[in-house]
Design a protein around this ligand. Structure first.
Ligand code: HAM
Length: 425
């Protein structure tokens, strides 16, 4: 096979194929997302994967804007594969704002595309579970979306030993920066520095802050803020209980009533790369912080009005399939997840084909999933295939079974058998 032929057989870099075994894992993740969202009263929505480039550019953060897969359609319209769902959600709500009832709780499982450098946990295409609550000012919205994500994690076997939710507030950061005399117009530079903390050296962070226009005293003040470890330390530096501080305090108290406070912690370094967040922001990471964020989100106040809608505040998160699959695989929790194969039904001769079809249909009407052989075969070959393929049960119909009007259904794990009457045909 030539190199060209070989590369045609591979999915494009960063894109993924799902063979049935991988699809079983994917379905387990989707099912946890779906169940947790339904358990918490979110309604499902969906939208086209192709969006107008203009909408995405207006609403995406600077980093995502560079990663957009864009193209022109045959009429020259500028379109793109969505890199995230939030601009689309805002567009859909703004378009029907008068007809929808609020506060609204919606979820989607959206395929998203970002032209990123591919690494562990980072692909060019991923599925993202989006949970959003729109038009609720109180932090009960933040508590509810975080608790819903934690429900999904727990359905997948991930608890406080494996992951932690790091919570901060852009409003609290702004209050801290204001209090330290750092002008509003350069707050953005400090947010950026926080995002780079740990990835760059302190000297590099200082240099970038100075080049963004911060004085030496400002840089020192920024570092004092960036080194805050607890919410209490933040209050002391603020010198008073600001609204942003009280909101965070109240969120932590709510999370303790959801019994998930063991997973939650204050973390001044969480700012989120996306430009539209205005209040509380959060990210969940594996305990060792080896992977990219499992999920991330926060409050956005201006998205709807920026699209011409009535002003409404929203809170939401995106939870990707790639990082959680890595985490599940690393902790051995994917062992045993394989496509469900219930009952295999085979037959010896062409003469038993129709009776087998009628039997399969009888089992299916009882709610069983039946894989009926497409052609006749020897019993030995049939049972060997059924065993190898991981079926729970297998039954084989020969002339004797048709004559007796019953078939033995074998449980493959313990080799026990039971007789089941065949339908008259
Ligand atoms: P985000 O932090 O850009 O937020 O993405 C959310 C999650 O999607 C990440 O934590 C990660 O699990 C996953 N993810 C993102 N990019 C990739 C990638 N290239 N490969 C694999 N996984 C990835 C948002 O997109 C916001 N729109 C979330 C949101 C919804 N905020 C409010 N509502």
């Amino acid at each position: 096979m030539s190199d060209d032929d070989k590369s045609v057989l591979r999915a494009p870099r960063g894109m993924r194929d799902f063979y049935p075994d991988e699809m079983a894992v994917q379905n387990a993740i989707f099912s946890a997302w779906q169940s947790a969202a339904c358990r918490h009263g979110f309604l499902q929505y969906d939208a086209c994967v192709v969006e107008s480039l203009d909408l995405l550019k207006r609403k995406a953060g600077e980093e995502i804007e560079k990663q957009i897969y864009s193209f022109q359609d045959k009429s020259g319209r500028d379109l793109a594969l969505r890199p995230e769902m939030t601009p689309t959600l805002a567009r859909m709500i703004a378009a029907k704002q008068g007809a929808l009832s609020f506060p609204l709780k919606w979820f989607a499982i959206a395929q998203c595309f970002r032209y990123e450098r591919t690494t562990r946990g980072r692909k060019r295409e991923h599925y993202q579970w989006n949970l959003d609550i729109v038009d609720e000012q109180s932090v009960s919205a933040e508590a509810e979306v975080i608790a819903t994500a934690v429900s999904a994690l727990s359905m997948l076997g991930i608890g406080s030993d494996d992951a932690a939710i790091h919570i901060n507030s852009r409003a609290l950061l702004a209050d801290l920066l204001d209090g330290s005399g750092i002008p509003r117009k350069i707050h953005g530079a400090v947010f950026l520095a926080l995002d780079k903390l740990g990835k760059l050296t302190d000297a590099e962070v200082s240099a970038s802050l100075e080049s963004a226009g911060l004085s030496k005293e400002n840089v020192e003040a920024a570092f004092r803020i960036m080194r805050l470890e607890t919410l209490d330390e933040a209050r002391k530096l603020l010198g008073e209980e600001t609204e942003s501080y009280r909101e965070l305090l109240s969120l932590f108290s709510m999370l303790s009533h959801y019994k998930i406070d063991a997973m939650a912690r204050f973390d001044i370094s969480v700012v989120r790369g996306l430009g539209y967040y205005t209040g509380i922001v959060f990210e969940a990471f594996d305990k060792a912080k080896r992977l990219r964020a499992i999920f991330g989100g926060g409050r956005y106040d201006n998205l709807l009005q920026d699209l011409g809608g009535k002003p409404m505040s929203g809170v939401g998160l995106g939870f990707g399939d790639v990082v959680i699959a890595e985490l599940l695989s690393a902790s051995g929790r994917l062992n045993g997840i394989s496509p469900t194969r219930d009952l295999a039904l085979g037959y010896m001769e062409e003469a038993q084909r129709l009776a087998s079809m009628a039997a399969a249909e009888q089992f299916r009407r009882q709610g069983r999933s039946v894989d009926l052989a497409l052609r006749n075969q020897k019993a030995k070959a049939f049972f060997s295939w059924a065993n190898k393929s991981g079926f729970v049960e297998a039954a084989f119909i020969g002339p004797e079974e048709v004559l007796a009007g019953e078939v033995r259904v074998k449980t493959l794990e313990d080799r026990t058998e039971r007789s089941v009457a065949l339908p008259g045909c």
